[in-house]
Ligand binder design. Sequence first.
Ligand code: ADP
Ligand code: MG
Length: 579
Amino acid sequence: MSKIKVLSKETAELIAAGEVIERPLSVAKELIENAVDSGAHKITVEITGGGISYLRVTDDGCGIPFEEVPTSFMRHATSKIETGADLSNIITLGFRGEALASICAVSKVELFTKETGSDFGAHYTVTGGEEGALERVGCPVGTSIIVRDLFYNIPARLKFLKKDVSEGNAVAGIVRKIALSHPEISFSFIRDNNHDFQTSGDGDLYACIYAVLGRQFAASLTKVDYVLGSIEVSGFISKPLFARANRSFQNFFINGRYIRSFICQNALEEAYKNNIMTGKFPACVLHITLPPSIMDVNAHPVKLDVKFSDEKLIFDSIYFAVKNAILLGNNETDIEIKAPTIDNSTKFDYKSDYKYIIPKIHEDFVEKQTIITQTAFEIPVSEPQIQIVNNPEIKLLGEAFATYIICEYETDLYMIDKHAAHERILFEGLRSKAEPLKCQYTLTETAVTVTDDEMAAITEFSDELSKIGYDFAITGGIITITGIPSILDDSDISDTFTEIVDNLREHKNNPLPEIIDNLYHTIACKAAIKGNRETGREELYSLALRVLFDDSIRYCPHGRPCLFKISQRELERNFKRIV
Ligand code: ADP
Ligand code: MG
């Protein structure tokens, strides 16, 4: 082995810098976090060439005092903490005092800054860690830092960067996240001389989401507002119908900082269980406020993962916040009917001109909330929540396509998918009963041949199968069914049983409550009235009554909607009776 040598200051600096600065995204993140910490009201981020050739962050914050400018570029220079004790109560974003030193070790940095109350500002440059002159200049209060030619002195790093577009997208991503974490700051993002987005900075989170993530996304949300002990959870979640194909729209912020946390993600998704289509993910912009001592953000300088001292408390607060919002949100989906444009050359296409619009978030719905009380570790089983309504004037108009109930109530017209609604009602009923389901013995026995895998699942879950009402005997590879859940009729006995067993085999490693939910799904689906078959008026009426007045019946257990509504006004507008 060669002799031990002490690395030169430059080499040591480059190695240290590599830990903090990996790509333009990390530069943007550090500089924006500094700008936020400076008390800025307005922050502008500009990039060209994906942020590799040029990245500038400008703020109108407190500025850096002239004589402190060179110090701020030194490693472990920070104005944010002084002692180790400060670490447990940290509320600012940065405090390691490494960012500026790291950035200027691997790029060409130019800084303009002026402290509030000062007559003149400072101009300073550092190129690859080499300091230039510190000069007096005239500039506005605040700080503007320009970072050029990232990794110009480390070709190996430069080689690992992705294409400009991808690096630029990553920068855009972090600017969006930070903008969402601070609706009280006005953020502008300029990419290759084009305005990408701008937030108003008026403190309204909804307006901020609208500006950052777009109108459509904003319109799919429902409000969250919840307090559990010392933890506050507020913001917005997507309505179950607007679930996404992946998790990229899940945004969690703790004390104003964007974070990644498996606990938070898990609590969110758990709360959506049985309300969302399988394979889809909820979206959210959730702000969690908690005493800083509960978490440790400084686990790693660049990683966004956080650790909590009380994970259960965090889980519960998010779980209950989201669960309440889903239950109490305005979950009927409005339909917009577009009048056909009168043009004889083209036919009106009812399918494509008929689309969902998303209801607005009603300011007043917070008042309607009744809060689910917190239970211990168990995830609560939701009780059916029928409100007792005196003689509601529901007018049953009929049934379309032997599938959709059409009824009128007050000033709205409702369409209800009778199968989806009935399935959900049965599912809620099954879940709310603690005792085993009743078994009805069949007149004839049904023999079902199963595979070895299926047989293993049947043996493993034989208790659960009897609890849901099955009575059967095993002989060799054959199951002889003599009793079935009493809510099922005796058609398709073998198909239903095979489906249940197939499900058990596939999900056998899931937690037991999930497996049981799955069994309930299948039974509810089989027992529910079917589409494409006429149903009696009384039954249609009682379904409509239940659906309209029970907020828990909004989605079938697979996440399909149970009802749509169109207001009378909307109809009148479309028929041009009103304008
Ligand atoms: P840290 O943020 O961890 O303290 P940095 O290297 O990011 O370390 O910044 C060093 C110091 O420079 C900060 O503590 C702060 O005093 C000052 N500083 C950096 N950026 C700004 C800014 N945009 N406005 C005001 N002061 C700043
Ligand atoms: Mg910093």
